[in-house]
Design a protein around this ligand. Sequence first.
Ligand SMILES: NC(=O)c1ccc[n+]([C@@H]2O[C@H](COP(=O)([O-])OP(=O)(O)OC[C@H]3O[C@@H](n4cnc5c(N)ncnc54)[C@H](OP(=O)(O)O)[C@@H]3O)[C@@H](O)[C@H]2O)c1
Length: 264
Amino acid sequence: MPSYVVAGASRGIGLQFVVDLLARGDVVVALARNPDSSKQLQEIKGNKNLFIVKADITDAVSLKAAAEETAKLTGGAIDVLINNAAFQDAAHSYHTLVDFPSPEALVSDLTTSFNTNVLGPILTTNAFLPLLKKGTLKKVITLDTGLAVPDLTLASGYPKLTSYSISKSALEMVNVKYALALKSEGFSFLAISPGVVNTRQAPPSPEELKEIMEMGGYFMQQYPNWTGPISPAESVKMMLDVIDKLTVEGSGKLVSHKGNRDFL
Ligand SMILES: NC(=O)c1ccc[n+]([C@@H]2O[C@H](COP(=O)([O-])OP(=O)(O)OC[C@H]3O[C@@H](n4cnc5c(N)ncnc54)[C@H](OP(=O)(O)O)[C@@H]3O)[C@@H](O)[C@H]2O)c1
């Protein structure tokens, strides 16, 4: 049975990865920064193939302890790491680079986005690398987004979701650099966009809804046949198909949940 580590497993797409992997009999180490406060993780914690481990992906000390605990649970090896956790501040999502309320707010949002969305997956990958090297599949999957792709963004004309897009764009290069550094050791790195997935825990406010509709309008120009957000279950099913088929030849790419460059 292959073993998976899923970072950011408390809710949303990360939690769905855990549920789907367990359903097919895989061993799963679910990393969460506050496992006790995830009702959904607590509900499935009796599964014999599930290990829940506390880890904050922005904290190297926490990740080192999590990797040590995981090594004890899995016999020292893991096959696949899924870097899923991410930060997006709803308060600043819809500012462009020129209309943040203050320079301090801009710096804070960019810094937190960079720390979680870029450094987080790097620190997580490095902490679990010794275990991945002992595994058989040697795959590292990182959740990215079509919003990270500069020419798509330019073509869409959409100037918002600033810090998130900038940090996820840097993450695309992180994936490339890892793929190149570890290709000779048989590793496959993949950045994958899950599509637009409804992981909201509460309905959007009227202001958010207006922004979401505006954003949708930009992207509908490029994807006129897009039918709207998909569920975590639909997205993860498609991504697992892509991940299962990943080979060293495909390492370093950014693809969509469809396994190609069709992001919606
Ligand atoms: N949903 C979409 O439409 C969409 C589209 C494109 C890309 N993506 C990407 O897909 C991934 C999952 O998206 P999602 O919608 O499921 O996100 P989400 O619902 O916002 O969940 C984010 C997850 O990351 C965890 N997390 C955040 N900071 C963390 C930290 N410092 N340490 C450990 N865990 C941390 C959260 O844990 P807590 O519960 O502790 O906060 C939560 O489990 C993200 O990388 C996102 O950028 C999503």
